[in-house]
Design a protein around this ligand. Structure first.
Ligand SMILES: NC(=O)c1ccc[n+]([C@@H]2O[C@H](COP(=O)([O-])OP(=O)(O)OC[C@H]3O[C@@H](n4cnc5c(N)ncnc54)[C@H](O)[C@@H]3O)[C@@H](O)[C@H]2O)c1
Length: 254
């Protein structure tokens, strides 16, 4: 590896498994100190231990303002700086416009988009004190294509897109040297889509596997996250990057 993140400190939410874990592994390999957070502490502690001394784990519910304050304070105490924030944690729940309850809608907004608002507010001051940095928000192709089986999820990821753009313009106007971009993958081969596949009326095991053949691996997404985290993307602010081999939407969702 080429040390593209040497000297940088990164915070990755939802890093116990899937894309967040792949991000953490790649960032440490590229020289960063990585703080991994997740609501699932058992898996997160174990993952950080395997990655080694440059990774630490902190339990965090991303929808809690108190947890964000505690995480940022811990990073300040341990590392004294923060250069990279990856807002990655999210949940995916099945539900169409006809059968999604308000309670379920609000739960998804709170974990997927309120968290990005709270987290950005909490992290920005330390990133500014550190001389700037990169905020990377995991959105989804759902924000672009509007997946009908996941109405609340699609809306939450559109909120992340709008927030990203607003923060990017704010940072430019503030001349704080912070950049903010969103990533929009289609299917990724992680537990997230597989755990809801059974809830989808037209998504049987065969079509789920067919969908998977079109998808990216978590490691593929991590490479885009690394690019946005590193100084290689110094001129990129407010971008919405599609990471999607099909250039369209995977067939089972249509
Ligand atoms: N997997 C896909 O097909 C896909 C496609 C497009 C976008 N995405 C996005 O990519 C990101 C990573 O997805 P993934 O596939 O790795 O998912 P995943 O379910 O494997 O991992 C998500 C992690 O977030 C954690 N989490 C859930 N709620 C939390 C909370 N309240 N506080 C803290 N942590 C919490 C989970 O414990 C889990 O470890 C997400 O933002 C997701 O929406 C995924």
């Amino acid at each position: 590896m080429s040390g593209r993140l040497n000297g940088k400190v990164a915070l990755i939410t939802g890093a116990s498994r899937g894309v967040g874990l792949a991000d953490a592994q790649l960032m440490v390999a590229e020289g960063a100190k990585v703080v991994m957070t997740d609501i699932n502490s058992e898996q997160g502690e174990a993952a950080a231990k395997i990655i080694g001394k440059d990774a630490m784990f902190i339990k965090q519910d991303v929808s809690s303002q108190e947890d964000w304050a505690a995480v940022i304070q811990a990073i300040r105490d341990t590392h004294g700086r923060l250069d990279i924030l990856v807002n990655n944690a999210a949940i995916l729940l099945f539900g169409e416009i006809t059968n999604t309850t308000l309670e379920r809608w609000q739960k998804i907004q709170s974990v997927n988009s309120d968290s990005v608002f709270i987290g950005t507010q909490a992290a920005l001051p330390l990133m500014e004190e550190s001389g700037g940095g990169s905020i990377i928000n995991m959105s989804s192709s759902a924000a672009v294509f509007g997946m009908p089986y996941f109405v609340a999820y699609a809306a939450s990821k559109s909120a992340v897109r709008g927030l990203t753009k607003a923060v990017a313009v704010h940072c430019h106007r503030s001349r704080n040297n912070v950049r903010c971009n969103s990533i929009h993958p289609d299917g990724i081969a992680t537990d997230m889509p597989m755990e809801v596949a059974g809830d989808m009326p037209e998504m049987d095991g065969v079509s789920a596997m067919k969908a998977l053949s079109y998808t990216c691996l978590p490691e593929d997404i991590a490479k885009t996250v690394l690019f946005l985290a590193s100084d290689d993307s110094v001129g990129i602010n407010g971008a919405a990057i599609n990471v999607n081999k099909t250039a369209t939407i995977t067939p089972p969702y249509l």
